[in-house]
Each structure stands twice: as C-alpha cells, then as structure tokens.
Design a protein around this ligand. Structure first.
Ligand SMILES: Nc1ncnc2c1ncn2[C@@H]1O[C@H](COP(=O)(O)OP(=O)(O)OP(=O)(O)O)[C@@H](O)[C@H]1O
Length: 290
C-alpha cells in the first residue's frame, strides 16, 4: 500500500453510502454548573470521516466521550451504528487520545498488540496478527524498539495501529497529532489519510488544526464557543493533487480553509452550498453564510 498516493479527489458527502453511522440528536451535556454542549445535532455516515473543530473548551472531547459510550448525555440521543445504549456504544468505538499512552516497558510490537490481547487473543497470536502490519504503518524494523527509542510520529503510528487493530468499526481520534512538531505532524496526517483511504472506518477526528480537518475529513463541523453548538458544516470536496503541497495551494483548499476559519472566528465568509449527508438527507446542522 503506498503511504502517500494521489491526494485530494475525495467523494463528496452524499456519495452513495446509505447506512447509518453515528447520529447525535439534540445532545446536551453539563458537568455541574458547566454547560459543555447544548442541542448538538450531528450525522456521520458509515465509513466516512467527520472532523470537528472549535475553540478550546467548547466540548469537542465531550462529544467524543458521548459517542464512545464513556459518557451519557443529559438530553438527546447518541446513536452509534444503530446502538443507543452505553455498553453497545463502547463495544463499537476505539478511542485514540492525544498522548500515545504507550506502555514504556513493552516493545512497539507488544504495544500495538495490546488491544488484541485485551480481546482475549493470546499474546503470541496477537503479535503474529500485528507484525505484518508494521511495514504498512511505516514501522518495519522497529518492532522490538521501546517507545522511548521511537520518534513522536512513530509512537503515534504505533498508537494508531493499536487503535486500528482493536477491531472496532468507529475510530474516535482526539487531537491525535496535537503533540507533534509541524513536519512530523504533516507526515502523520498524510500517512493517516492514506491508511484510512486503504481501509475505511467511520471516523470522528477532533482537531484544533483547520488544515488537518480539511486533509482528513470528508466533512467538517465547526462548533461555537462553550456551550458547544454546531455553528456550521462543510463538505470537503477537493481536486486531485499529486502532492500535499499542491493540494494546499489549490483555490478549493484555500477557499474552504478560509470559510472554516471564518466560521471559527465568527466573521463573514462567502456563501456556502448546502451539504447533504451520504444518505441524501441534509445534514442537520446550520451553515456558515454571509
Ligand atoms: N469530567 C468533567 N468534569 C467537569 N467538567 C468537565 C468534564 N469534562 C469536561 N468538562 C468541562 O466541559 C467543557 C468542555 O470540555 P471539553 O474537554 O469537552 O472541551 P474541548 O473542546 O475538548 O477542549 P480542548 O479543545 O481545550 O481540549 C470544559 O469547560 C471542561 O472544563
């Protein structure tokens, strides 16, 4: 599998996937006096990738926690692949946090295999499953290295591999590259995108980085400041480009980035065409206009 192939040219939201993925309807969650998110409506078609951006503290991680089944809303419904009860949501979701949380005493291989072992697969079998994936994840030759012997980008790849082999259909990625320097982060984004193109999952990515949202999401949702509400959403429909640099320089990329930034800063931007969910229904969010 090429790690970075031809980038851009994603199918638009509405590209024929009809199965329900994740749907939040009227979701509100408070922590004591703090109203974290209010009346959130979101839909992620199965097999698609939603990027969630918003100001710090607006409830992005709260939304992931609700999807994952680790938390319950005060109001509203969280449906993950047809399941609304907490345990069933937990069973469907794998979570990748910002920090890699690798076990320092375990090799990269043993760390990546941990999620399989947690599912009751023997250590030997788990490692045999994970080992061939190391090359595909750009980690060949580093199987026996301890986390401290790996670069930040490599550690994140091991963490992602661990998340990926957990066998869950939904991947919840909470600022997975937030701790990486700019160059490593760019490589990690290209790599993750290629990995998800090769083996699609239903993905929700929380990020502060608008470029990352454009590069990795099929759709982007912008939240308001706390309490987080959906302010706008955008389909990501970019032209084909041979390289990341070319893609970032296309008028489509620049325009969309400006629209998302404008929505984040709550300043006017050019009108945006309505986005449709993959099942053909309008995604239940307000659009940035103006
Ligand atoms: N378990 C909790 N107990 C109390 N308050 C919480 C809890 N989880 C979140 N909050 C509060 O809810 C609000 C939303 O938090 P959340 O972490 O979801 O925001 P975020 O958008 O992910 O933030 P950041 O971008 O800074 O990571 C914040 O004010 C936070 O302090």
């Amino acid at each position: 599998m090429p790690l970075v192939g031809c980038i851009g040219q994603r199918g638009v939201v509405g590209g024929g996937v009809t199965e329900a993925g994740i749907r939040l309807t009227g979701v509100t969650r408070s922590y004591g006096d703090v109203l974290a998110v209010e009346g959130v409506d979101l839909a992620v078609p199965r097999g698609r990738r939603l990027a969630v951006v918003g100001p710090s503290g607006c409830g992005k991680s709260t939304i992931l926690g609700l999807m994952s089944g680790l938390d319950e809303p005060d109001q509203g419904v969280v449906d993950v692949l047809g399941a609304t009860d907490q345990a069933a949501r937990l069973a469907r979701c794998a979570w990748m946090p910002q920090r890699d949380l690798l076990l320092p005493w375990r090799s990269a291989l043993a760390n990546a295999a941990v999620s399989l072992e947690n599912r009751g697969i023997s250590r030997r079998e788990a490692r045999a499953v994970v080992r061939p994936l190391f090359a595909r994840f750009g980690l060949a030759g580093f199987e026996e290295h301890r986390p401290r012997q790996l670069s930040g980008g490599m550690r994140q790849r091991v963490a992602f591999l661990r998340t990926f082999v957990a066998g869950k259909e939904v991947l919840l990625l909470d600022e997975p590259f937030g701790a990486l320097d700019a160059i490593t982060r760019a490589e990690a984004q290209d790599w993750l995108r290629a990995a998800l193109e090769a083996e699609p999952r239903t993905v929700v990515l929380v990020t502060h980085d608008v470029e990352e949202a454009l590069l990795l999401g099929h759709e982007i949702v912008v939240l308001t400041g706390r309490p987080g509400k959906v302010a706008a959403s955008y389909a990501v429909d970019l032209p084909a480009a041979a390289t990341r640099r070319e893609l970032l320089a296309t008028p489509e990329f620049i325009q969309l980035r400006d629209k998302v930034l404008a929505a984040l800063e709550q300043r006017p931007s050019a009108p945006v065409a309505a986005v449709k969910s993959a099942d053909g229904s309008p995604n239940p969010v307000r659009r940035a206009e103006g």
